[in-house]
Design a protein around this ligand. Sequence first.
Ligand code: 5RP
Length: 249
Amino acid sequence: LGTSRRVTRSAGRVRMAASVDELKKVVGYKSVDDYVTSGMVVGLGTGSTAYFAVERLGEKLKSGELKDIVAIPTSIRTKEQAEGLGIPLVTLDTHPVLDVAIDGADEYDDDLNLVKGRGGALLREKMVEVQAKKFIVIVDDSKKVPGLGVSGAMPVEVTPFCWEYTLNKLKGAASVAGCDAKLRMEGDEPYVTDNDNYIVDLYFEEPIKDANAAAKEILEMVGVVEHGLFLDMTTAVIVAGKEGVEVIE
Ligand code: 5RP
């Protein structure tokens, strides 16, 4: 590990033959069991792993094991799931400080920095998760990378207005030199985020050399709304693999 981190291992409920979905459920449930207590303001992430954390929260509120929780969803999908489970929802407008936020990630590195947003929810995720006292990331062990940007796209949310101009600016940025940039599509149409924006996915052959420099340069571009580099935000990563569960802090 890059810095000295505390790693707690447990066999948990993971079976050797566990499927990826079962691993996601283990970390989703554990995040709520270990980090959510009654009275908290909780950020609810987006994606197939965060789904299980939301499910567990709903279950514990229904059984009465947790009380007086309010939650802030990071996407319309998660909002609908939470509403269906009867989880009371609020917004950052009334609750700008969260006790904890729980979300999945597309990549995490040794420093617990992340790439997020392949599911398209990066803007709301970042807005909510930077406001949390604790940000708990839940993943299966396929998300571990030797350097950010190697396993797939690094998404950037951009305005639909002159998106092609912004895409070309991104391609030409010194901090991500050599990357390929593609507008995310859904069938024949551009993919549209919950905020009515588009996403440009950046692809790298090598890990991003200086993620802090890339984050800064990209965010300074007019036309960019937000990017999927989540740096220095993570409190702990809960990771499940066939051998068991690790909590890395
Ligand atoms: C959505 C995200 C998700 O957290 C990320 O894509 C991981 O999703 P999953 O748990 O389905 O692998 O950033 O914008």
